[in-house]
Design a protein around this ligand. Structure first.
Ligand code: HEC
Length: 418
């Protein structure tokens, strides 16, 4: 019963998280579009008021006229609209989900028993939780320091962007080596998402408050606040699409169980940023299809790398065991136990998988078949054979190898032809 309520809490929190994220990202995309789509004002009186750009739009049966001031209007209205709760709600609900799903069960979901780094493979549950928190916080601290040191007056933002890109490669590499695959993708996305929310919380909103305060006192706002707000918003824009892709790819185990999962993740991140670049330029009136074309090319490389025939690792607990994909294993007969009949393979599945993957799982903490995968009968196994072979060959299942599947059993299932 308790597990049932936890699952329900998970669903509701996820709902909130997605709603807040949609609202935040939608608004952020809208404002970047608005900023890039501004045209010089037509009316002389607008120019005299200090309007620097305007946009006319029609939406939902109404006509809208947005104006942006070069610095600030002469007098600020009382009811200025601010945006920050969407960003904070997205982060808070996301962190809540992370605690509920991963930190409540770290040895299942955070620890990577197949890690080639021994210290990471041997982390205890609470250690893995601590490492995950340090990872999230560390990502923000390093990113923030890079911004402050490389481009303190926003004069070297180009070099900074390259630095942030390199940082994301490092984050992807570290996370896939430290954490279980699914958590690694989630945490890399969360490092970016944390930077986005922290940019709003620590820089963009406080900067805007200082600007408004100065204006109310009849002083000229410090231009650095505006420039820094812009710098961080630009980073946020390029983070959005990669973050969404990483959060979603987390439900597709072929991405994160691959031995080169860090590279697949890096390709996703750059593809997302390139596609975003296309829209940013398009709204400014420059259509440059080379950007999305390059993004799609990177995704195709990821598809190619991720293809099952390219994954040369039947992940095994002992590193010296032969690594072989289905085909390769079948070709070299000294490394392979004889492939079996459905009955023989199902016997292995029954022993190693069915405690979780049943209509009514016996395994503690599960109220329904995880991911909807039920493997109680040979028929069910046959229908899902490809997926079963994939998750076993990659070492993703059994989760955390809790049911202690042996390397020999793994090889047999991986090289089985249904
Ligand atoms: C301790 C419980 C547990 C055991 C044992 C276990 N699984 Fe899973 N399995 C899970 C959970 C939890 C998920 C959902 C994780 C996710 O969403 O990626 C899952 C997901 C899956 C999926 C779907 C993956 C996807 O891409 O969405 C497949 C297929 C699968 N398991 C097969 C197996 C097989 C085959 C075995 C036995 C070798 C096995 N599992 C053993 C808990 C378990």
């Amino acid at each position: 019963m308790e597990a049932y309520f936890l699952d329900f809490a998970n669903l509701l929190l996820r709902w909130l998280h997605v709603i807040a994220a949609v609202a935040w990202i939608g608004e952020s995309i809208y404002f970047v579009m608005l900023d890039n789509g501004l045209r010089p004002p037509k009316a002389a009186e607008d120019k005299n008021k200090g309007v620097f750009g305007e946009m006319w739009a029609v939406h939902g049966g109404g006509f809208y006229h947005n104006q942006k001031y070069a610095s600030a209007p002469e007098k600020l209205p009382e009811d200025l609209h601010w945006s920050f709760w969407k960003a904070y709600t997205t982060w808070l609900s996301g962190f809540g989900l992370f605690m509920l799903l991963y930190m409540a069960n770290p040895s299942f979901y955070l620890v990577n028993p197949n890690s080639s780094w021994e210290w990471a493979a041997n982390l205890s549950g609470w250690q893995a939780n601590a490492v995950a928190l340090v990872f999230l916080l560390g990502g923000w601290v390093v990113y923030n320091e890079m911004c402050k040191r490389i481009s303190p007056n926003m004069e070297r933002d180009g070099i900074l962007s390259i630095g942030v890109a390199v940082l994301m490669v490092v984050v992807a590499y570290l996370s896939t080596h430290i954490f279980a695959g699914r958590a690694a993708f989630l945490l890399t996305g969360a490092v970016m998402a944390t930077a986005m929310s922290a940019n709003v919380f620590f820089w963009i909103i406080p900067g805007q408050r200082r600007m408004v305060k100065a204006m109310k006192a009849g002083e000229t706002p410090n231009p650095i606040d505006g420039k820094r707000g812009k710098q961080r918003s630009v980073h946020n824009t390029y983070f959005t699409l990669p973050v969404v892709l990483l959060m979603l790819s987390n439900h597709y185990s072929f991405t994160y169980t691959h031995e080169l999962s860090w590279l697949i993740m890096v390709l996703f991140i750059f593809a997302g940023a390139l596609i975003r670049q296309f829209f940013v330029l398009m709204h400014a009136g420059h259509t440059k299809p080379a950007y999305p074309a390059a993004g799609v090319a990177l995704i195709l490389v990821a598809v190619w790398i991720g293809a099952p025939s390219n994954n040369n690792g039947v992940a095994t607990a002992s590193t010296e065991a032969p690594a072989a994909s289905g085909e390769a294993a079948a070709a070299s007969d000294d490394t392979v136990a004889a492939a079996g009949s459905v009955g023989e393979i199902h016997a292995i599945i029954e022993q190693r998988c069915v405690s979780c993957h049943a209509q009514n799982p016996e395994h503690q903490g599960f109220t329904a078949a995880p991911a909807g995968v039920i493997l109680e009968t040979e028929d069910q196994l046959l229908r899902q054979a490809d997926q079963v072979k994939q998750v076993i060959a990659s070492g993703y299942m059994p989760l955390g190898n809790l049911t202690q599947m042996t390397d020999e059993e793994r090889q047999r299932v991986a090289s089985w032809t249904p």
